[in-house]
Design a protein around this ligand. Structure first.
Ligand code: MG
Length: 303
C-alpha cells in the first residue's frame, strides 16, 4: 500500500508541511521544508504521536538527515485510531443538488449531519485506489477540506475552536452511492477500503489561520467538476468543532472532513461515476493537491 511519485506543485522556501513518508519500507513522520523532508526522531513513531506532544516538546525535537521530497513516497499524513469524522450536506449548493437528484424536499439542517468513515478506508496521496465494480457500479467523488485536531478536548466553544486545530489537509470522501442509499445509514457506502485518500500533507494552523476562505476544487481527468470556497460552508470549521466536541472527546490526530460542494457525479444529468484509469484531484488553495488514480477492475475478494 504505497503511493508513487511525489505530488507536483511543491511550494519552495521556508513553508513547513507535516508529512508521513515511506523509509525502508516503514512509515515515518517528518517535516517538509523547502523540498526536503526532515524525518522526526525514531522516538516519535507516528504523526499522531507527534501531534500529541506538547508544543514545547515538539519544537525541541532534533530531526534526522533530510531526504528529498522528489525521491519520497508520501503516505496519508496522519492516521487516526478511530473513524474519520465527516459532515454531510454542508454546502448549500450540494444540499440543493442532492435534493434535486433524490427528488426530495430541500431541508437545510439545523445542526451538522455527522457520520464517520472507517479508518481502514484511509488511503495515501498518489495511491492507485483499487475499487471493485462488483461491489458498486457507482463510485463518486467528494472534495473536502479536512481538519486535523491538535489536542485532547471537549466542549470547545466556537470562539476557541480554531485553537484546538493542528492543521488542515485535503480529503476525498469517495462514496459508493448505491450502498449509501440502500443501507440508509451512510457508513457502509462511505467506508469501503481505499475510499478515503488524505493528503498530501498537513498545513499547520499557524500558517493557515483562516480556514473559512479557501478555494476548493475537484478535477476529474483535468476537468473541473467541483469549485467553491470554504466561505460557503453552512457550518464553519469553528461551528463544526463546537458542535462535535459537545459531550464528545476529540483527540490529537482526529480527522474531520468538513463536507463537499456541489458538482458530485450522481447529481449530474446524466449521472457520472468514476471509471477505470480516472485521475481525480482535490485542490485546496494554500493546502495542496491530493491526486489519486482509480483502478476499477479488481474482482470481488481479490482486492
Ligand atoms: Mg462528504
Amino acid at each position: 500500500m504505497s503511493g508513487g511519485t511525489a505530488p507536483d506543485g511543491i511550494e519552495p522556501a521556508a513553508i513547513m508541511r507535516y508529512v508521513t513518508f515511506l523509509q525502508q519500507g516503514r512509515p515515518r513522520p517528518g517535516i517538509l521544508r523547502g523540498g526536503e523532508i526532515h524525518p522526526l526522531p525514531a522516538s516519535v513513531a507516528t504523526m499522531r504521536d507527534y501531534i500529541g506532544l506538547p508544543a514545547a516538546g515538539r519544537s525541541q525535537l532534533a530531526t534526522e538527515t533530510p531526504v528529498l521530497l522528489a525521491d519520497a513516497t508520501l503516505l496519508a499524513p496522519v492516521r487516526p485510531l478511530k473513524n474519520v469524522f465527516a459532515v454531510g450536506r454542508n454546502y448549500i449548493g450540494h444540499a440543493e443538488e442532492v435534493a434535486r437528484a433524490r427528488g426530495t424536499e430541500l431541508k437545510l439542517p439545523g445542526v451538522p449531519t455527522f457520520f464517520t468513515k472507517a479508518p481502514t478506508a484511509i488511503s495515501d496521496p498518489e495511491q492507485t485506489l483499487n475499487l471493485s465494480p462488483e461491489i458498486s457500479p457507482q463510485y463518486d467523488w467528494e472534495a473536502e477540506l479536512a481538519v486535523v485536531i491538535g489536542e485532547r478536548c471537549r466542549d470547545v466553544p466556537e470562539e476557541r475552536a480554531l485553537s484546538v486545530v493542528f492543521g488542515y489537509t485535503c480529503l476525498n470522501d469517495l462514496t459508493a452511492r448505491d450502498l449509501q442509499r440502500d443501507h440508509q445509514q451512510w457508513f457502509k457506502g462511505k467506508s469501503l477500503d481505499e475510499t478515503c485518500p488524505i493528503g498530501p500533507w498537513i498545513v499547520g494552523s499557524d500558517e493557515l489561520p483562516d480556514p473559512g476562505n479557501l478555494e476548493i476544487s475537484l478535477r476529474l481527468n483535468g476537468e473541473v467538476k467541483q469549485h467553491a470556497n470554504t466561505s460557503q460552508l453552512i457550518f464553519s470549521v469553528p461551528k463544526i468543532i463546537a458542535s462535535l466536541s459537545r459531550g464528545l472527546t476529540l483527540e490529537p490526530g482526529d480527522v474531520i472532513a468538513t463536507g463537499t460542494p456541489d458538482g458530485v457525479g450522481f447529481a449530474r444529468t446524466p449521472p457520472e461515476f468514476l471509471g477505470d484509469g480516472d485521475v481525480v484531484e482535490v485542490d485546496i488553495a494554500g493546502v495542496g493537491v491530493l491526486r489519486n488514480v482509480i483502478a476499477l477492475r479488481v474482482p470481488l475478494g481479490v482486492g
